[in-house]
Design a binder for this molecule. Sequence first.
Ligand code: ADP
Length: 191
Amino acid sequence: MLNVVLFGPPGAGKGTQSEILLQRYGLVHLSTGDIFRANIKGETALGQQAKAFMDKGELVPDSLTISMLESEVVKHPDSKGFIFDGFPRTSAQAAALDSFLAGKSSAITCMLALEVDEEELIKRLLNRATTSGRADDADETIVRNRIAVYNRETSPVANYYRDQQKYRGIVGVGSVEEITQRLCSALDTFL
Ligand code: ADP
């Protein structure tokens, strides 16, 4: 299986690039943010629990997030692999994903990390708010909190994959096509 963690701060372009990569490599795209938003829309119990955290730009607790992610993976038993977008976001999630995949005789192939500086991220997210309808994009205080949470809780996850020689940093500024090209070149070194 080809299992890619597409990593990077909010607004780095993970969603955009995932859509392109999943077609190129025939993978299933699992975005924890999208799954939570679908649950909020569908007014499920999970959605209700997640919403309080998401509205503040905080992380949804690991226990909820991990069980949700695992139940999504098992919905695709015949998949050639997955693009994990927005997961893992904590070291505990990374460890849980590894042991879950190991139980399926599989593993993470690589982490591709989109690098974009902070002021550019804030610009992109506030701009995305005009079309995304996402309350967590529209308020600069919440946007800045999401980036602070990323720096504090999520960015250390990169070391987890660095230690396994699975990490590649990718310049996330440029045209969509240029960035896709960089991602594919990096990914192809793992095939
Ligand atoms: P972005 O990458 O732009 O922040 P996402 O759609 O990935 O957007 O995430 C939106 C929100 O969903 C996060 O701010 C967080 O509250 C919640 N979330 C998504 N993925 C996770 C995760 N793996 N662990 C905890 N919370 C998550």
